[in-house]
Design a protein around this ligand. Structure first.
Ligand code: URA
Length: 209
């Protein structure tokens, strides 16, 4: 079985190509990320369970479909994950949000946690962890470790770009967490950047370089 689902919708692929271009401005990049995250969110939630409720239209009473279960949780891995959050919240405005701060030590590439805040009772909720880049997988693995420690049992991981190494590492650490991505790139370079990639996602979203 494939370790990652590639979301190959033509609009996703087209927008991703513009985002990869080095000449795309910060404003353009951010706007595209918001748009693409809405499409990714649509795909990652396409098999959510439905139940029915009785409602009244202006004409008659009917049994109408509605999402089953508790509100979703979107867990953003800071800081670049926040770039994916906005478009997802446009689509699911009632979702709860967790923030997980893990940074990569530049020498060891290990993930160090510096912030964690999440809704309580993660047990009963689907938690969708978001980070644009699945590179080494270290920060994503650490973030999912933390969410599982706080009770999350039903998780999915959503990113924009993944490196084969990151998919391998993540799937080994968390085989129960399906990965969704818009593309699987060639490899990581020595600094842990995805090639061909799109550069540093945080810098491109926030214009910090
Ligand atoms: N994080 C990024 O922002 N870009 C990469 O290529 C890898 C990790």
């Amino acid at each position: 079985m494939s370790k990652a689902t590639v979301i190959d919708h033509p609009l996703v692929q087209h927008k991703l190509t513009i985002m990869r271009k080095k000449e795309t401005s910060t404003g353009g990049f951010r706007r595209l990320l918001r748009e693409i995250s809405t499409l990714l969110c649509y795909e990652v939630t396409r098999d959510l369970k439905l139940t029915t409720e009785t409602i009244e239209t202006p004409m008659v009473e009917m049994q109408a479909p509605t999402l089953e279960g508790k509100k979703l949780v979107f867990a953003s891995i800071l800081r670049a994950g926040n770039g994916l959050l906005e478009g997802m919240l446009d689509l699911v405005p009632s979702a709860r949000v967790a923030h997980v701060g893990v940074y990569r030590d530049h020498d060891t590439l290990e993930a160090i946690e510096y912030f964690f805040k999440s809704p309580e009772l993660l047990e009963d909720r689907l938690t969708i962890v978001v980070d644009p880049m699945l590179a080494t997988g270290n920060s994503s693995i650490a973030a999912v470790d933390k969410l599982k420690e706080r009770g999350a049992k039903n998780l999915r991981f959503l990113c924009l770009l993944a490196a084969p190494e990151g998919i391998e590492n993540f799937a080994k650490a968390h085989p129960d967490v399906p990965i969704y991505t818009a593309a699987i790139d060639s490899h990581l370079n020595e600094q842990g950047y995805i090639i061909p990639g799109l550069g540093d996602a945080g810098d491109r979203i926030y214009g910090t370089k």
